[in-house]
Design a protein around this ligand. Structure first.
Ligand code: ZN
Length: 517
Protein backbone atom coordinates (compact mmCIF):
# COMPACT_ATOMS: atom_id res chain seq x y z
CA UNK A 1 0.00 0.00 0.00
CA UNK A 2 2.80 2.43 0.80
CA UNK A 3 6.55 2.45 0.77
CA UNK A 4 7.03 3.28 4.41
CA UNK A 5 4.66 1.19 6.54
CA UNK A 6 6.00 -1.08 9.23
CA UNK A 7 2.92 -3.16 9.89
CA UNK A 8 2.48 -6.83 8.92
CA UNK A 9 0.32 -7.82 5.92
CA UNK A 10 -3.17 -6.31 5.93
CA UNK A 11 -5.72 -8.00 8.18
CA UNK A 12 -3.24 -9.90 10.31
CA UNK A 13 -3.52 -7.60 13.32
CA UNK A 14 -6.47 -6.03 15.09
CA UNK A 15 -5.29 -2.56 14.12
CA UNK A 16 -5.08 -3.10 10.38
CA UNK A 17 -8.51 -4.74 10.49
CA UNK A 18 -9.82 -1.69 12.34
CA UNK A 19 -8.20 0.60 9.78
CA UNK A 20 -9.83 -1.32 6.93
CA UNK A 21 -13.25 -1.10 8.63
CA UNK A 22 -12.75 2.63 9.15
CA UNK A 23 -11.84 3.14 5.50
CA UNK A 24 -14.93 1.14 4.49
CA UNK A 25 -17.17 3.52 6.45
CA UNK A 26 -15.54 6.61 4.99
CA UNK A 27 -15.80 5.28 1.44
CA UNK A 28 -19.51 4.56 1.94
CA UNK A 29 -20.21 8.09 3.24
CA UNK A 30 -18.37 9.41 0.21
CA UNK A 31 -20.53 7.29 -2.13
CA UNK A 32 -23.58 9.05 -0.76
CA UNK A 33 -21.90 12.48 -0.87
CA UNK A 34 -20.86 11.99 -4.48
CA UNK A 35 -24.46 11.11 -5.37
CA UNK A 36 -25.47 14.55 -4.09
CA UNK A 37 -22.76 16.08 -6.31
CA UNK A 38 -24.34 14.55 -9.40
CA UNK A 39 -27.77 15.87 -8.35
CA UNK A 40 -26.27 19.35 -7.90
CA UNK A 41 -24.67 19.16 -11.34
CA UNK A 42 -28.03 18.11 -12.78
CA UNK A 43 -29.73 21.03 -11.05
CA UNK A 44 -27.36 23.50 -12.72
CA UNK A 45 -27.33 21.99 -16.20
CA UNK A 46 -30.39 19.88 -17.00
CA UNK A 47 -33.16 20.14 -14.42
CA UNK A 48 -36.33 22.02 -15.40
CA UNK A 49 -37.12 25.00 -13.08
CA UNK A 50 -40.15 23.14 -11.71
CA UNK A 51 -37.87 20.59 -10.07
CA UNK A 52 -36.34 22.98 -7.57
CA UNK A 53 -38.45 22.29 -4.46
CA UNK A 54 -38.23 18.54 -4.70
CA UNK A 55 -34.51 18.71 -5.51
CA UNK A 56 -33.89 20.87 -2.44
CA UNK A 57 -35.61 18.22 -0.31
CA UNK A 58 -33.56 15.47 -1.96
CA UNK A 59 -30.32 17.32 -1.30
CA UNK A 60 -31.39 18.16 2.24
CA UNK A 61 -32.05 14.47 2.95
CA UNK A 62 -28.76 13.36 1.39
CA UNK A 63 -26.84 15.99 3.40
CA UNK A 64 -28.52 14.75 6.59
CA UNK A 65 -27.80 11.07 5.84
CA UNK A 66 -24.24 11.90 4.84
CA UNK A 67 -23.77 13.79 8.08
CA UNK A 68 -25.14 10.82 10.02
CA UNK A 69 -22.64 8.52 8.34
CA UNK A 70 -19.75 10.93 8.85
CA UNK A 71 -20.53 11.30 12.56
CA UNK A 72 -21.12 7.60 13.27
CA UNK A 73 -19.66 7.04 16.79
CA UNK A 74 -17.99 3.89 15.45
CA UNK A 75 -15.75 6.15 13.34
CA UNK A 76 -14.69 7.92 16.53
CA UNK A 77 -13.87 4.62 18.23
CA UNK A 78 -11.97 3.23 15.27
CA UNK A 79 -10.04 6.47 14.85
CA UNK A 80 -9.01 6.29 18.51
CA UNK A 81 -7.72 2.71 18.05
CA UNK A 82 -5.79 3.56 14.88
CA UNK A 83 -4.25 6.66 16.44
CA UNK A 84 -3.23 4.73 19.56
CA UNK A 85 -1.18 2.23 17.59
CA UNK A 86 1.62 4.45 16.41
CA UNK A 87 3.78 1.44 15.52
CA UNK A 88 1.21 0.53 12.89
CA UNK A 89 1.71 3.79 11.05
CA UNK A 90 4.79 5.53 9.80
CA UNK A 91 4.12 9.26 10.06
CA UNK A 92 4.70 9.76 6.33
CA UNK A 93 2.51 6.85 5.21
CA UNK A 94 -0.81 6.96 3.38
CA UNK A 95 -2.42 5.30 6.42
CA UNK A 96 -1.18 8.00 8.78
CA UNK A 97 -2.32 10.85 6.56
CA UNK A 98 -5.70 9.15 5.95
CA UNK A 99 -6.25 8.75 9.71
CA UNK A 100 -5.18 12.37 10.32
CA UNK A 101 -7.56 13.71 7.64
CA UNK A 102 -10.47 11.44 8.66
CA UNK A 103 -10.01 12.81 12.18
CA UNK A 104 -10.15 16.36 10.82
CA UNK A 105 -13.39 15.67 8.91
CA UNK A 106 -14.92 13.72 11.81
CA UNK A 107 -14.18 16.37 14.44
CA UNK A 108 -15.63 19.03 12.20
CA UNK A 109 -18.77 17.05 11.35
CA UNK A 110 -19.48 16.10 14.98
CA UNK A 111 -19.42 19.77 15.96
CA UNK A 112 -22.34 20.55 13.65
CA UNK A 113 -25.87 19.65 14.80
CA UNK A 114 -27.78 17.61 12.24
CA UNK A 115 -30.59 20.16 12.18
CA UNK A 116 -28.16 22.87 11.06
CA UNK A 117 -26.61 20.69 8.35
CA UNK A 118 -29.93 19.84 6.70
CA UNK A 119 -31.30 23.36 7.14
CA UNK A 120 -28.22 24.82 5.44
CA UNK A 121 -28.50 22.35 2.56
CA UNK A 122 -32.20 22.99 2.07
CA UNK A 123 -32.00 26.79 2.40
CA UNK A 124 -29.04 27.07 0.05
CA UNK A 125 -30.83 24.94 -2.57
CA UNK A 126 -33.84 27.28 -2.58
CA UNK A 127 -31.71 30.36 -2.17
CA UNK A 128 -29.69 29.59 -5.30
CA UNK A 129 -32.91 29.46 -7.25
CA UNK A 130 -34.08 32.79 -5.78
CA UNK A 131 -30.66 34.31 -6.42
CA UNK A 132 -30.83 33.30 -10.11
CA UNK A 133 -34.24 35.00 -10.45
CA UNK A 134 -33.13 38.08 -8.47
CA UNK A 135 -29.97 38.40 -10.56
CA UNK A 136 -31.96 38.18 -13.78
CA UNK A 137 -34.21 41.03 -12.65
CA UNK A 138 -31.40 42.88 -10.87
CA UNK A 139 -33.60 42.79 -7.77
CA UNK A 140 -31.51 42.72 -4.59
CA UNK A 141 -34.62 43.09 -2.40
CA UNK A 142 -35.78 39.67 -3.62
CA UNK A 143 -32.50 38.01 -2.61
CA UNK A 144 -32.02 39.95 0.63
CA UNK A 145 -34.09 37.72 3.00
CA UNK A 146 -32.21 34.66 1.73
CA UNK A 147 -28.86 36.36 2.23
CA UNK A 148 -29.89 37.34 5.76
CA UNK A 149 -30.90 33.76 6.50
CA UNK A 150 -27.66 32.33 5.09
CA UNK A 151 -25.47 34.80 6.96
CA UNK A 152 -27.29 33.91 10.19
CA UNK A 153 -26.92 30.16 9.57
CA UNK A 154 -23.24 30.57 8.73
CA UNK A 155 -22.58 32.59 11.86
CA UNK A 156 -24.20 29.75 13.79
CA UNK A 157 -22.07 27.25 11.86
CA UNK A 158 -18.88 29.18 12.69
CA UNK A 159 -19.86 29.24 16.37
CA UNK A 160 -20.38 25.44 16.33
CA UNK A 161 -17.07 24.81 14.57
CA UNK A 162 -15.28 27.02 17.06
CA UNK A 163 -13.29 30.17 16.44
CA UNK A 164 -9.52 29.59 16.64
CA UNK A 165 -7.69 31.40 19.47
CA UNK A 166 -7.02 34.98 18.45
CA UNK A 167 -9.12 34.51 15.33
CA UNK A 168 -12.61 35.43 14.17
CA UNK A 169 -15.75 33.54 13.04
CA UNK A 170 -14.81 33.89 9.34
CA UNK A 171 -11.71 31.76 10.00
CA UNK A 172 -13.81 28.76 11.07
CA UNK A 173 -15.69 28.89 7.74
CA UNK A 174 -12.60 29.50 5.57
CA UNK A 175 -10.82 26.52 7.13
CA UNK A 176 -13.43 24.27 5.48
CA UNK A 177 -12.14 25.31 2.05
CA UNK A 178 -8.50 26.07 2.78
CA UNK A 179 -7.09 24.29 5.84
CA UNK A 180 -5.30 26.78 8.06
CA UNK A 181 -6.64 29.89 6.28
CA UNK A 182 -7.38 32.90 8.53
CA UNK A 183 -8.63 36.41 7.81
CA UNK A 184 -5.50 37.87 9.40
CA UNK A 185 -3.26 35.69 7.22
CA UNK A 186 -5.21 36.59 4.08
CA UNK A 187 -5.05 40.30 4.92
CA UNK A 188 -1.30 40.05 5.31
CA UNK A 189 -0.96 38.70 1.76
CA UNK A 190 -3.70 40.82 0.20
CA UNK A 191 -2.82 44.28 1.51
CA UNK A 192 0.60 44.67 -0.17
CA UNK A 193 -0.65 42.80 -3.25
CA UNK A 194 -3.53 45.26 -3.61
CA UNK A 195 -1.18 48.23 -3.58
CA UNK A 196 1.18 46.69 -6.15
CA UNK A 197 -1.72 45.76 -8.41
CA UNK A 198 -3.33 49.18 -8.13
CA UNK A 199 -0.06 50.76 -9.23
CA UNK A 200 0.45 48.25 -12.05
CA UNK A 201 -3.08 48.70 -13.42
CA UNK A 202 -2.66 52.49 -13.46
CA UNK A 203 0.71 52.19 -15.22
CA UNK A 204 -0.65 49.79 -17.83
CA UNK A 205 -3.64 52.00 -18.59
CA UNK A 206 -1.29 54.97 -19.00
CA UNK A 207 1.14 52.92 -21.17
CA UNK A 208 2.31 53.95 -24.62
CA UNK A 209 0.45 51.05 -26.35
CA UNK A 210 -2.88 49.32 -25.99
CA UNK A 211 -3.57 45.80 -27.30
CA UNK A 212 -6.47 45.75 -29.74
CA UNK A 213 -9.73 44.35 -28.41
CA UNK A 214 -11.09 43.77 -31.95
CA UNK A 215 -10.91 39.96 -31.73
CA UNK A 216 -12.96 40.05 -28.51
CA UNK A 217 -15.72 41.81 -30.44
CA UNK A 218 -15.79 39.32 -33.32
CA UNK A 219 -19.00 37.32 -33.58
CA UNK A 220 -18.42 33.56 -33.90
CA UNK A 221 -21.19 30.93 -34.03
CA UNK A 222 -21.76 29.36 -30.62
CA UNK A 223 -22.00 25.79 -31.95
CA UNK A 224 -18.58 26.19 -33.62
CA UNK A 225 -17.18 27.78 -30.46
CA UNK A 226 -18.44 24.74 -28.56
CA UNK A 227 -16.71 22.28 -30.93
CA UNK A 228 -13.54 24.38 -30.80
CA UNK A 229 -13.21 24.63 -27.00
CA UNK A 230 -13.89 20.91 -26.75
CA UNK A 231 -10.90 20.25 -29.02
CA UNK A 232 -8.71 22.59 -27.00
CA UNK A 233 -9.53 21.13 -23.60
CA UNK A 234 -9.00 17.64 -25.00
CA UNK A 235 -5.61 18.73 -26.38
CA UNK A 236 -4.43 20.00 -23.01
CA UNK A 237 -5.36 16.66 -21.46
CA UNK A 238 -8.98 16.55 -20.26
CA UNK A 239 -10.22 12.99 -20.88
CA UNK A 240 -13.75 12.92 -22.33
CA UNK A 241 -14.01 9.20 -21.66
CA UNK A 242 -13.98 10.15 -17.99
CA UNK A 243 -15.70 13.52 -18.03
CA UNK A 244 -18.19 15.88 -19.66
CA UNK A 245 -18.40 19.53 -20.70
CA UNK A 246 -21.85 21.13 -20.56
CA UNK A 247 -23.29 24.64 -20.34
CA UNK A 248 -24.40 26.56 -17.22
CA UNK A 249 -24.89 30.19 -16.16
CA UNK A 250 -21.90 30.01 -13.84
CA UNK A 251 -19.13 27.67 -15.05
CA UNK A 252 -18.03 25.05 -12.51
CA UNK A 253 -16.40 21.65 -12.19
CA UNK A 254 -18.04 18.88 -10.21
CA UNK A 255 -18.82 15.20 -10.67
CA UNK A 256 -18.61 12.13 -8.49
CA UNK A 257 -15.04 10.80 -8.77
CA UNK A 258 -11.93 10.77 -10.98
CA UNK A 259 -13.63 8.75 -13.73
CA UNK A 260 -16.80 10.91 -13.89
CA UNK A 261 -15.85 14.59 -13.90
CA UNK A 262 -18.59 17.08 -14.85
CA UNK A 263 -17.51 20.53 -15.93
CA UNK A 264 -19.45 23.37 -17.51
CA UNK A 265 -18.73 26.49 -19.51
CA UNK A 266 -20.73 29.30 -21.08
CA UNK A 267 -20.71 31.03 -24.44
CA UNK A 268 -20.83 34.65 -25.58
CA UNK A 269 -21.36 34.97 -29.36
CA UNK A 270 -19.04 37.98 -29.58
CA UNK A 271 -16.19 36.70 -27.41
CA UNK A 272 -14.52 33.36 -27.98
CA UNK A 273 -12.05 34.16 -25.19
CA UNK A 274 -14.95 34.05 -22.74
CA UNK A 275 -15.74 30.40 -23.49
CA UNK A 276 -12.11 29.46 -24.11
CA UNK A 277 -10.89 31.01 -20.85
CA UNK A 278 -13.62 29.48 -18.72
CA UNK A 279 -13.30 26.09 -20.43
CA UNK A 280 -9.53 25.95 -19.94
CA UNK A 281 -10.06 27.10 -16.36
CA UNK A 282 -12.59 24.36 -15.60
CA UNK A 283 -10.48 21.83 -17.51
CA UNK A 284 -7.63 22.66 -15.10
CA UNK A 285 -9.95 21.69 -12.25
CA UNK A 286 -11.08 18.64 -14.24
CA UNK A 287 -7.52 17.48 -14.97
CA UNK A 288 -6.78 17.70 -11.23
CA UNK A 289 -9.86 15.58 -10.44
CA UNK A 290 -9.01 13.06 -13.18
CA UNK A 291 -5.45 12.90 -11.83
CA UNK A 292 -6.51 11.78 -8.34
CA UNK A 293 -5.66 8.21 -7.42
CA UNK A 294 -8.33 5.75 -8.58
CA UNK A 295 -7.53 3.13 -5.94
CA UNK A 296 -8.04 5.79 -3.23
CA UNK A 297 -11.52 6.95 -4.37
CA UNK A 298 -13.62 8.06 -1.41
CA UNK A 299 -10.66 8.37 0.98
CA UNK A 300 -8.60 11.48 1.81
CA UNK A 301 -5.68 10.12 -0.24
CA UNK A 302 -7.96 10.29 -3.31
CA UNK A 303 -9.34 13.80 -2.68
CA UNK A 304 -8.14 17.26 -3.64
CA UNK A 305 -6.25 18.94 -0.80
CA UNK A 306 -7.91 22.37 -0.80
CA UNK A 307 -9.77 24.85 -2.96
CA UNK A 308 -6.70 27.08 -3.17
CA UNK A 309 -4.64 24.26 -4.64
CA UNK A 310 -7.59 23.31 -6.87
CA UNK A 311 -7.73 26.89 -8.12
CA UNK A 312 -3.99 26.88 -8.79
CA UNK A 313 -4.58 24.12 -11.32
CA UNK A 314 -7.39 25.95 -13.13
CA UNK A 315 -5.52 29.28 -13.14
CA UNK A 316 -2.36 27.63 -14.40
CA UNK A 317 -4.03 26.19 -17.51
CA UNK A 318 -6.18 29.29 -18.04
CA UNK A 319 -3.40 31.87 -17.63
CA UNK A 320 0.16 30.58 -17.66
CA UNK A 321 -0.75 28.30 -20.59
CA UNK A 322 -3.86 29.80 -22.25
CA UNK A 323 -2.68 33.40 -22.16
CA UNK A 324 0.87 32.67 -23.31
CA UNK A 325 2.37 33.66 -26.65
CA UNK A 326 3.42 30.04 -27.34
CA UNK A 327 -0.12 28.78 -26.79
CA UNK A 328 -1.49 31.25 -29.34
CA UNK A 329 1.21 30.30 -31.85
CA UNK A 330 -0.23 26.78 -31.69
CA UNK A 331 -3.88 27.80 -31.40
CA UNK A 332 -4.13 30.40 -34.19
CA UNK A 333 -3.77 27.99 -37.16
CA UNK A 334 -6.28 25.63 -35.51
CA UNK A 335 -8.81 28.46 -35.29
CA UNK A 336 -8.75 29.00 -39.04
CA UNK A 337 -9.97 25.42 -39.49
CA UNK A 338 -12.98 26.05 -37.26
CA UNK A 339 -13.94 29.67 -37.94
CA UNK A 340 -12.66 30.22 -41.50
CA UNK A 341 -13.00 33.75 -42.88
CA UNK A 342 -14.28 35.18 -39.55
CA UNK A 343 -10.79 34.97 -38.07
CA UNK A 344 -8.83 35.88 -41.20
CA UNK A 345 -6.45 38.75 -40.63
CA UNK A 346 -5.77 37.97 -36.96
CA UNK A 347 -2.12 37.03 -36.44
CA UNK A 348 -1.05 34.85 -33.49
CA UNK A 349 0.39 38.04 -31.97
CA UNK A 350 -3.00 39.82 -32.33
CA UNK A 351 -4.72 36.89 -30.61
CA UNK A 352 -2.12 36.77 -27.85
CA UNK A 353 -2.60 40.49 -27.24
CA UNK A 354 -6.41 40.14 -27.30
CA UNK A 355 -6.19 37.45 -24.60
CA UNK A 356 -4.26 39.89 -22.44
CA UNK A 357 -6.31 43.07 -22.66
CA UNK A 358 -6.48 44.78 -19.26
CA UNK A 359 -9.66 46.67 -18.59
CA UNK A 360 -11.21 47.34 -15.18
CA UNK A 361 -14.81 46.10 -15.23
CA UNK A 362 -17.71 45.01 -13.01
CA UNK A 363 -17.69 41.25 -13.55
CA UNK A 364 -15.23 38.99 -11.75
CA UNK A 365 -15.42 36.04 -14.13
CA UNK A 366 -14.78 38.33 -17.12
CA UNK A 367 -11.81 40.04 -15.47
CA UNK A 368 -8.29 40.04 -16.87
CA UNK A 369 -5.35 38.81 -14.84
CA UNK A 370 -4.34 42.24 -13.56
CA UNK A 371 -7.73 43.28 -12.21
CA UNK A 372 -9.06 39.83 -11.22
CA UNK A 373 -7.65 39.78 -7.72
CA UNK A 374 -9.17 43.17 -6.91
CA UNK A 375 -12.62 41.58 -7.41
CA UNK A 376 -11.67 38.82 -4.98
CA UNK A 377 -10.33 41.24 -2.38
CA UNK A 378 -13.58 43.21 -2.40
CA UNK A 379 -15.58 40.04 -1.79
CA UNK A 380 -13.25 38.92 0.98
CA UNK A 381 -13.57 42.25 2.81
CA UNK A 382 -17.37 42.22 2.51
CA UNK A 383 -17.97 38.63 3.59
CA UNK A 384 -15.61 39.10 6.52
CA UNK A 385 -17.79 42.04 7.64
CA UNK A 386 -21.05 40.13 7.00
CA UNK A 387 -19.91 37.18 9.11
CA UNK A 388 -18.53 39.35 11.93
CA UNK A 389 -21.85 41.20 12.01
CA UNK A 390 -20.23 44.56 11.20
CA UNK A 391 -22.10 44.77 7.88
CA UNK A 392 -25.88 44.45 7.70
CA UNK A 393 -26.89 42.47 4.56
CA UNK A 394 -29.20 45.36 3.59
CA UNK A 395 -26.13 47.60 3.17
CA UNK A 396 -24.31 45.15 0.90
CA UNK A 397 -25.07 46.85 -2.47
CA UNK A 398 -23.87 50.25 -1.24
CA UNK A 399 -20.64 48.89 0.26
CA UNK A 400 -20.02 46.78 -2.85
CA UNK A 401 -20.42 49.70 -5.21
CA UNK A 402 -18.30 52.01 -3.07
CA UNK A 403 -15.36 49.58 -3.16
CA UNK A 404 -15.63 49.05 -6.91
CA UNK A 405 -15.29 52.77 -7.42
CA UNK A 406 -12.39 53.00 -5.01
CA UNK A 407 -10.37 49.92 -6.08
CA UNK A 408 -11.18 49.66 -9.76
CA UNK A 409 -12.47 53.10 -10.64
CA UNK A 410 -15.74 51.76 -12.06
CA UNK A 411 -19.28 52.81 -11.24
CA UNK A 412 -21.46 49.69 -10.86
CA UNK A 413 -24.63 50.31 -12.92
CA UNK A 414 -26.97 47.80 -11.20
CA UNK A 415 -26.95 44.91 -8.71
CA UNK A 416 -27.04 42.32 -11.49
CA UNK A 417 -23.56 43.51 -12.44
CA UNK A 418 -22.82 44.25 -8.78
CA UNK A 419 -23.37 42.19 -5.66
CA UNK A 420 -25.76 39.71 -7.32
CA UNK A 421 -23.26 38.45 -9.90
CA UNK A 422 -21.73 35.50 -8.01
CA UNK A 423 -23.44 32.30 -6.93
CA UNK A 424 -21.24 31.63 -3.86
CA UNK A 425 -23.09 33.41 -1.07
CA UNK A 426 -26.43 32.09 -2.35
CA UNK A 427 -24.96 28.60 -1.90
CA UNK A 428 -24.04 29.49 1.67
CA UNK A 429 -20.32 29.52 0.79
CA UNK A 430 -18.63 32.17 2.94
CA UNK A 431 -14.84 32.03 3.28
CA UNK A 432 -14.50 30.66 -0.25
CA UNK A 433 -13.51 33.73 -2.30
CA UNK A 434 -9.91 34.20 -1.09
CA UNK A 435 -9.07 30.72 -2.41
CA UNK A 436 -9.27 32.26 -5.91
CA UNK A 437 -6.42 34.64 -5.22
CA UNK A 438 -4.43 32.14 -3.16
CA UNK A 439 -4.82 29.75 -6.12
CA UNK A 440 -3.62 32.44 -8.52
CA UNK A 441 -0.50 32.97 -6.42
CA UNK A 442 0.09 29.21 -6.12
CA UNK A 443 -0.31 28.81 -9.89
CA UNK A 444 2.54 31.22 -10.66
CA UNK A 445 4.81 29.58 -8.09
CA UNK A 446 4.02 26.07 -9.35
CA UNK A 447 4.58 27.14 -12.95
CA UNK A 448 8.03 28.52 -12.08
CA UNK A 449 8.87 25.14 -10.52
CA UNK A 450 7.55 23.32 -13.60
CA UNK A 451 9.75 25.45 -15.87
CA UNK A 452 12.80 24.56 -13.77
CA UNK A 453 11.90 20.87 -13.90
CA UNK A 454 10.96 20.63 -17.60
CA UNK A 455 13.45 22.19 -20.04
CA UNK A 456 11.76 23.88 -23.00
CA UNK A 457 8.33 23.66 -21.34
CA UNK A 458 6.87 26.85 -22.83
CA UNK A 459 8.46 26.37 -26.26
CA UNK A 460 6.65 23.02 -26.37
CA UNK A 461 3.24 24.72 -26.07
CA UNK A 462 3.79 26.17 -29.56
CA UNK A 463 3.90 22.56 -30.85
CA UNK A 464 0.86 21.50 -28.84
CA UNK A 465 3.01 19.66 -26.31
CA UNK A 466 1.04 19.95 -23.07
CA UNK A 467 1.61 16.44 -21.81
CA UNK A 468 4.91 17.08 -19.98
CA UNK A 469 3.20 19.76 -17.87
CA UNK A 470 0.12 17.64 -17.18
CA UNK A 471 2.24 14.65 -16.16
CA UNK A 472 4.42 16.80 -13.91
CA UNK A 473 1.35 18.27 -12.18
CA UNK A 474 -0.07 14.79 -11.87
CA UNK A 475 3.04 13.44 -10.19
CA UNK A 476 3.89 16.47 -8.04
CA UNK A 477 0.40 17.59 -6.98
CA UNK A 478 -2.61 15.47 -8.02
CA UNK A 479 -1.33 12.04 -6.97
CA UNK A 480 -0.80 13.13 -3.35
CA UNK A 481 -4.48 13.80 -2.59
CA UNK A 482 -4.69 15.18 0.95
CA UNK A 483 -1.41 13.63 2.05
CA UNK A 484 0.24 17.04 2.62
CA UNK A 485 -1.35 20.28 3.79
CA UNK A 486 -1.52 23.08 1.16
CA UNK A 487 1.47 24.88 2.71
CA UNK A 488 3.52 21.66 3.00
CA UNK A 489 2.71 20.81 -0.61
CA UNK A 490 3.80 24.27 -1.75
CA UNK A 491 7.19 23.96 -0.05
CA UNK A 492 7.61 20.40 -1.31
CA UNK A 493 6.86 21.30 -4.93
CA UNK A 494 8.45 24.76 -5.19
CA UNK A 495 11.04 24.77 -2.39
CA UNK A 496 9.49 27.85 -0.74
CA UNK A 497 6.37 28.98 1.13
CA UNK A 498 3.66 30.82 -0.80
CA UNK A 499 4.40 34.42 -1.72
CA UNK A 500 3.11 36.84 -4.34
CA UNK A 501 6.60 37.34 -5.85
CA UNK A 502 6.33 34.78 -8.70
CA UNK A 503 2.88 36.04 -9.61
CA UNK A 504 3.86 39.70 -9.74
CA UNK A 505 7.03 38.93 -11.74
CA UNK A 506 5.03 36.85 -14.18
CA UNK A 507 2.29 39.45 -14.53
CA UNK A 508 4.54 42.45 -14.90
CA UNK A 509 6.91 40.56 -17.22
CA UNK A 510 4.04 39.79 -19.57
CA UNK A 511 1.86 42.90 -19.43
CA UNK A 512 4.41 45.72 -19.36
CA UNK A 513 5.80 44.96 -22.85
CA UNK A 514 2.26 44.59 -24.28
CA UNK A 515 1.32 48.00 -22.89
CA UNK A 516 4.66 49.76 -23.32
CA UNK A 517 4.56 50.49 -19.59
ZN1 ZN B 1 -12.01 27.78 -10.43
Amino acid sequence: MTQATTHPPSGSTATTATYDTLIGRVVEANLLGSTASILSWDQETMMPPGGVDHRSRQLGLLARLNHQMETDPMIGEELGLCEADTAFMNSGSIEASNVREIRRTYDRATKLPQRLVSELAEVSGKSQHEWAAARKESDFARFRPWLERLVKLNREKAACLGVPTGGEPWDALADLYEPGCTAAGVTEVFTPLRERLRKLIAELLAGSRKPSNRFNETELAVDVQSAFVRTIVESIGFDFQRGRLDTSTHPFCGGSHCDDVRMTTRYTPTCLNDALGSSMHEAGHGIYEQGLTRSAIGTPAGEAVSLGIHESQSRLWENQVGRSRQFWNWCAPKMAGFFGKSVEGFTPEDLYAAANVVEPGFIRVDADEATYNMHVMIRFELERLLISGALDPKDLPGEWNRRYLEYLGVKVPDDRRGCLQDVHWSMGAFGYFPTYTLGTLYSAQFFEAAKRAIPGLEAGFARGEFRPLREWLNKEIHAHGRRYSPSELCVRVTGAPLSSACYLNYLEGKLRPLYGA
